[in-house]
Design a protein around this ligand. Structure first.
Ligand SMILES: NC(=O)c1ccc[n+]([C@@H]2O[C@H](COP(=O)([O-])OP(=O)(O)OC[C@H]3O[C@@H](n4cnc5c(N)ncnc54)[C@H](O)[C@@H]3O)[C@@H](O)[C@H]2O)c1
Length: 304
């Protein structure tokens, strides 16, 4: 979609973090934006902070197909059409221990939001986009799982691998039917070095009751502060990266029809190569054993 001005986008997980930055980047292109999020107060705050007649908020739970249909209809009612859906909402469950010890509700919550949420968004929006033969779907994945997993954070990369594969198949099927509708996978990343300081680092926050672990509640750690402290102790000073750069990456993906929407990084490329080599040569995935400062060990998670 070369000309974004006047087009209408819905962004899930739009109350803060990367979703809000994507909404702001679309606005800067002259688009109309619906920010959709399950957190009503945060959504209201984001909409009043942006303060534009071209932005509305819509309380949406991506685990519900009906809720995504409702935000689609709200976009059409308010702005007359819908062209772009960014399936961006995502959670980290903050599961304890090893993979085989994680509570099933950690799996269910993560799969419902991170995977089913994207499927619900696809099913609610793609028929409209295909019927008008115009539009774009952006699904937010992560380098963690979308490229190679951080073995220590098991559930999350499983969900992001699913989002990546789903989007590849979506792209293929849209091409198969000869549609002009585009599809991209967004790997949030920035040209400036640093971490993206968003809510995702507070794994387990805002856990709905229906996914309770029955253990009196999750202790929500500020994993970003922990990571910055670990990095500092290892002699690394990690800056905070501007989220606006992720928004710009998303704009480029839609405008220039870029499938792999990412800032290439040598470290990531090396891991991708190591994984492919391991698959081709049928050797064990030893690249997974690399030490990382990003995630806690299973023992540390157990102490939460
Ligand atoms: N921040 C990073 O470093 C990073 C890196 C790679 C990928 N991502 C991905 O980027 C996306 C955005 O995350 P973020 O980093 O901005 O974190 P964030 O926590 O700031 O934003 C996620 C948003 O999703 C919303 N959400 C959660 N459950 C929902 C539901 N059921 N329905 C609707 N909205 C719901 C949250 O309320 C929140 O506003 C996620 O998919 C995340 O996995 C983030």
């Amino acid at each position: 979609m070369k000309d974004l001005s006047g087009r209408v986008a819905v962004v899930t997980g739009g109350a803060g973090g990367i979703g809000k930055a994507i909404g702001e980047a679309f606005l800067a292109e002259g688009m109309k934006v619906v920010l959709a999020d399950v957190l009503e107060a945060e959504l209201d705050a984001a909409v009043s902070e942006i303060s534009s007649e071209d932005v509305i908020g819509w309380v949406t739970d991506v685990t519900s197909f009906e809720s995504l249909c409702s935000v689609r209809d709200a976009a059409i009612e308010k702005f007359g059409a819908v062209h772009v859906i960014c399936n961006n909402a995502g959670v980290g469950a903050g599961a304890k221990g090893h993979l085989w010890e994680h509570h099933l509700n950690d799996w269910k919550w993560s799969l419902d939001v991170n995977v089913l949420g994207v499927i619900n968004g696809m099913n609610a929006f793609v028929p409209t986009l295909v019927a008008q033969n115009e539009g774009h779907v952006v699904n937010t994945s992560s380098g963690n799982g979308g490229y190679t997993p951080l073995a220590n954070s098991g559930i999350y990369p499983v969900t992001k691998a699913a989002v990546t594969t789903l989007t590849e198949c979506l792209w293929g099927q849209l091409r198969e039917i000869g549609s002009e509708v585009g599809a991209s996978i967004l790997f949030p990343s920035t040209r400036s070095p640093g971490v993206m300081a968003t809510g995702i680092w507070k794994a387990g926050a805002n856990r709905p009751d229906r996914y309770s672990r029955g253990d009196g509640g999750t202790v929500v750690r500020d994993a970003l502060s922990d990571y910055l402290a670990r990095a500092k102790a290892a002699g690394e000073e990690v800056p905070i990266a501007p989220l606006s750069e992720v928004g710009e990456l998303c704009v480029e993906a839609v405008r220039d029809d870029v499938f792999w929407a990412t800032v290439p990084m040598d470290r990531q490329t090396d891991k991708l190569r190591a994984r492919t080599e391991s698959q081709i040569r049928r050797t064990p995935p030893e690249y997974l054993l690399e030490e990382t400062l990003m995630t806690q060990s299973a023992d540390e998670r157990e102490q939460d």
